[in-house]
Design a protein around this ligand. Structure first.
Ligand SMILES: C[S@@+](CC[C@H](N)C(=O)[O-])C[C@H]1O[C@@H](n2cnc3c(N)ncnc32)[C@H](O)[C@@H]1O
Length: 320
């Protein structure tokens, strides 16, 4: 599918914690203009993979359920997917208020666990559209009463997502299994791992620890030695916590401090940060002298607006 023009971006139908859709206007322009193979190593909602331009796109995640949903989307034309979803909604009379219907579908799904599209329907009606399984492998998100449903915006996002993923290869591996040796100059790896110092449902069972962080940083160093470009999303500080390891490691590379003030988002120098969260993009290439050097006086201000269809649109990038 042709990528959106004028810096508007497709949005995943999965409402992923830590999803990068709102940060795309700040992240995507920083990627190299020409990419041969692009690897989205922690794809989650795949917000980055569906918007990137590259000859080949690989989207990986450790979560087999999430990758299972994407594979299933690829198996069927969009009409069949929508038909399946609508059939389930009718069968269980799903709505923003029918908790019993949601719980019935949830228990039937947990009993059989064989239809990824049913899991997608459950996520549409779950609290905050989140995905979470207990230790017995059962989907256990509560009902998203009065808020969650398969609404028009998810429907629209699903239709464009289905087109975008046509040429994406999905893989379901631990990031350490990435075959670094197969990548070369011209390829690019984007990493958006769970953050060591924040919480998310995909990290509740202690999935991401200091060992994972060390292994990822070592992998990125190996990519750098091979001349493969990378960009790493992360936070250096969050609610009083600091990621000391990352703060030290990133000194070797280039760090962009991103803004979460979406009304008028801007790249900014570190010392101008007023957020308690210092959200960064660390690259192994110089994005621009002014942008990449923390402490600089220069700032790129990105003015953006949200389109009626939910996509984000950059109006202007201005160096001030
Ligand atoms: C912050 S989310 C990615 C969000 C994504 N960039 C987006 O915009 O939707 C991090 C993802 O890393 C995945 N993950 C956690 N541990 C992993 C591992 N060891 N290897 C690969 N993926 C992992 C989680 O399942 C989760 O989907």
């Amino acid at each position: 599918m042709a990528k959106q023009s004028k810096n508007t971006y497709y949005k995943s139908p999965m409402n992923y914690t830590g999803g990068k859709h709102k940060l795309l206007p700040q992240i995507l322009p920083v990627f190299p203009k020409e990419i041969n193979t692009f690897v989205d190593l922690f794809t989650g909602g795949a917000n980055v993979a569906i918007n990137v331009n590259a000859n080949k796109i690989v989207a990986n995640d450790l979560d087999s359920k999430v990758i299972g949903i994407y594979e299933r989307f690829k198996d069927f034309p969009i009409e069949d997917i929508l038909h399946h979803i609508e059939e389930r909604i009718a069968q269980y009379q799903l709505s923003k208020t029918n908790k019993e219907g949601y719980l019935a579908l949830r228990s039937n799904y947990n009993w059989a666990q064989d239809e990824p599209l049913d899991l997608f329907v459950l996520i549409c009606y779950s609290f905050n559209h989140q995905i979470r399984f207990n230790n017995n492998g059962e989907f256990n998100m509560p009902f998203g009463k009065d808020r969650s449903s398969f609404n028009d915006s998810i429907r629209k996002n699903l239709i464009s997502f289905r087109e975008c993923i046509e040429n994406i290869t999905f893989t379901n591996k631990d990031f350490r299994e990435l075959k670094v040796d197969k990548l070369k100059e011209g390829d690019f790896v984007y990493c958006d791992p769970p953050y060591l110092i924040t919480d998310a449902t995909y990290n509740e069972q202690g999935g991401w620890d200091f060992r994972c962080e060390l292994d990822l940083l070592a992998l990125l160093d190996r990519l750098n030695e091979k001349g493969v470009g990378f960009a790493l999303s992360n936070v250096l500080t969050n609610k009083g916590k600091e990621n000391e390891l990352l703060k030290e490691w990133c000194k070797k590379y280039h760090t962009l401090h991103l803004s979460k003030t979406y009304a008028n988002c801007s790249y900014h120098a570190k010392d101008k940060t007023t957020d308690t969260t210092d959200e960064v993009l660390i690259t192994n290439y110089r994005v621009s002298v002014d942008l990449a050097e923390p402490g600089t006086d220069k700032t790129v201000e990105t003015t953006w607006k949200q389109e009626a269809n939910g996509t984000m649109s950059v109006l202007e990038n201005k160096i001030v």
